[in-house]
Design a protein around this ligand. Structure first.
Ligand SMILES: [Zn+2]
Length: 304
């Protein structure tokens, strides 16, 4: 019998977490970020691949997976990139009245953590995640958090999270050159934990207010002026994150930019400006780390 969302409060909780995490461009940009809620011993609702957090409702924008199987698979050694991704997709289960959709490419690490997981590309956490000195600084602010060095999203990241994951208890992960993960027993707890981390970084580092991201046709005025300061070549040659590799193409920088590209660029410029102000050294992805995304641009990861 398929899962019936009207008989369980999981979809409501998931939508609440998605709205809170997805409504702010300083926390998620474009299709980035995802949330999940475990609804039993083996089943988990997770944002669907290709949809945006802010569009998730109790009846759309998510998938149901057997997370028990995914967790066991990661523990046994997740295998190669496409094999692992195919396995995750094969764990999708039907939901009554909800259009089937593939689960997010980042479903793997959600399976390893507590009941409610909020994963964002918070610009505040990413100042720490994307600088050479950031994780040492972060350890002083958050002695109980986990700080992981850069791993490509997919089986490598899942294996690294698995080494530190607690199936119970609140937990925070800082993922280098990527984002923040907050896991908790409930939706309020996870959102509060997420907010507390962001607020602490903003306050302790005395960060400036995040600029408003104006809807624009082409590059927004804010992004065009920041791009003129940093230079097109600099932005193409120095990649801080998977989002930059996937969204900031030469075409986007030349003006073929929609809301997602503008959100990602505003986030990158904010992070770069803050790092310069704090005298932190940006930790750019290596050529081989960037090359990984070339093969994925038209494939799975672009649809996260
Ligand atoms: Zn992510």
């Amino acid at each position: 019998m398929p899962f019936d969302p009207s008989l369980d409060n999981g979809p409501e909780l998931l939508a609440r977490a998605a709205r809170a995490a997805g409504a702010r461009p300083d926390l998620t940009q474009g299709g980035g970020g995802n949330v999940s809620v475990k609804v039993g011993a083996e089943l988990m609702l997770v944002k669907a691949s290709g949809s945006q957090l802010k569009d998730l409702t109790p009846t759309s924008g998510y998938a149901l997976v057997n997370y028990g199987n995914i967790k066991r698979r990661i523990c046994a050694g997740p295998g190669g990139e496409s094999e692992f991704s195919d396995y995750i997709c094969a764990q999708a289960r039907p939901v009554k009245g909800v259009k089937p959709a593939p689960p997010s490419i980042e479903t793997g690490f959600h399976a390893l953590l507590n009941t409610l997981v909020v994963h964002t590309h918070s610009v505040y956490a990413n100042i720490l995640n994307m600088s050479a000195e950031g994780h040492a600084l972060g350890r002083k602010l958050f002695p109980n958090a986990e700080f992981l060095s850069y791993k490509a999203p997919g089986p490598q990241l899942c294996t690294a999270v698995n080494e530190r994951a607690l199936p119970r208890g609140p937990q925070v992960f800082f993922l280098a050159n990527h984002g923040l993960v907050a896991a908790h027993a409930g939706v309020e707890g996870a959102l509060e934990l997420n907010e507390r981390v962001n607020e602490t970084i903003r306050r302790q580092l005395r960060l400036p207010a995040y600029p408003a991201v104006e809807p624009a046709r082409g590059l927004s005025a804010h992004n065009a002026s920041a791009l003129a300061r940093y230079g097109r070549a600099f932005m193409l040659e120095n990649v801080l994150s998977p989002d930059q590799a996937l969204y900031c193409s030469p075409e986007a920088l030349d003006g073929r930019a929609g809301p997602a590209e503008n959100e990602v660029l505003t986030a990158l410029f904010y992070i770069l400006d803050c790092m310069a102000g704090l005298k932190l050294t940006p930790r750019f992805l290596t050529r081989s780390e960037v090359a990984y995304f070339d093969t994925m641009k038209s494939g799975r990861y672009s649809r996260k």
